[in-house]
Design a protein around this ligand. Structure first.
Ligand code: XMP
Length: 319
């Protein structure tokens, strides 16, 4: 792709001009954006870059392994795999407000990055895969007065003060352009085509207070849902699909017994840039097969609903 080849060269020059011979830490989230940013920056400055994959305890099933193996084995880019789940999960105890979650997570991410920045010998820069829509949606509603809908930013709400300067080489791009750039950089197609995954991870897919038990249930339900979508060949038609574990228990009946378990909502949308979205029109057969599998295979869920809200007025994530 001609345009992306040119963009790539220009972006590489800009990164070199910004960081000089300084060291850069790049937070990988498992998403396309941070991966593309990392590979691009690695092309620009090689070993001055260290990637940090922070396992927040809020990742989907199998996520950590996939990301770590892609970067270590496929790219040979130095990668620190930081297991910080204790830190994040204990700080989130008792936190139920969505923005409070993002701020807590953002603050901890920066703490972790700053720690690793010192450990790699004084990195002064933090790279992130922030996209244009993240920039817009964090500051205003289109056409309206300036109101924050969600303090996006890749790692959640970044604190106002931090010791690291941001390097954000994807700031002018939309998602489809990042994917084109990823292909240009030779990222595996399956990776480039991955659905977006938010920096705060499963924390914003467990409305209300998060517990380890809820996260475990959510991970299982989500994995089955995505497995269903892949089996039915629908993954690439959908912008993003995920399960949400609702903070409500409902009464059910299984065999001869009464159950009193969580309800789970399924979300799937089509979108061009994440700014607006339509719910995906699954067939009833697909929905009932998926609901049956989740209820049978996931202990702790006895009811499944499908979210048919578009954006606007809904947002894609529930928090
Ligand atoms: P919403 O829910 O605002 O999401 O319609 C639009 C897109 O942004 C992702 N998203 C986030 N990404 N940090 C991120 O890195 C966040 O705090 C965050 N909140 C939402 C969401 O997954 C969707 O792709």
């Amino acid at each position: 792709d001609w345009t992306m080849a040119a963009y790539r060269d220009e972006a590489i020059e800009k990164i070199r001009a910004q960081v000089g011979d300084g060291k850069v830490i790049c937070g990988l989230s498992g998403g396309v954006d941070s991966s593309v940013a990392a590979v691009l920056i690695h092309e620009a400055i090689g070993d001055q870059l260290t990637c940090v994959f922070v396992d927040t305890g809020l990742m989907r099933m199998g996520e950590a392994d996939e990301v770590v193996s892609l970067f270590r084995d496929h790219y040979n880019i130095p990668l620190i795999h930081a297991d910080e789940s204790e830190l994040f999960l204990s700080a989130l105890e008792g936190v139920s407000d969505p923005e409070e979650k993002r701020k807590t997570i953002g603050r901890l991410f920066v703490e972790v990055f700053e720690k690793h920045a010192r450990e790699v010998g004084g990195a002064k820069f933090l790279a992130q895969g922030t996209l244009y829509p993240d920039v817009i949606e964090s500051v205003s509603v289109t056409g309206g007065p300036s109101v924050t809908i969600k303090s996006h930013h890749n790692v959640g709400g970044l604190p106002e003060r931090m010791n690291l300067q941001l390097v954000e080489p994807l700031r002018d791009l939309f998602k489809d352009e990042v994917r084109a750039l990823g292909r240009e950089l030779g990222l595996p197609p399956a990776f480039v085509g991955r659905h977006p995954f938010p920096g705060p991870g499963l924390a914003i897919r467990c409305p209300g207070e998060i517990t380890r038990d809820k996260l475990e249930i959510l991970r299982k339900a989500d994995a089955i849902y995505l497995d269903q979508i892949r089996r039915h060949g629908l993954y690439d038609e959908i912008w993003q699909a995920f399960a949400v574990l609702l903070p409500v228990r409902t009464v059910g009946v299984m065999g001869d017994g009464r159950t009193y378990d969580y309800a789970c909502a399924l979300r799937a949308v089509t979108s061009v840039d994440g700014m607006t979205a339509d719910y995906y029109p699954f067939s009833h057969d697909f929905l009932s097969e998926t609901a049956t599998r989740i209820i049978n295979e996931v202990e702790g869920v006895n009811r499944v609903t499908y979210d048919i809200t578009s954006k606007p007025p809904g947002t894609i994530e529930w928090e």
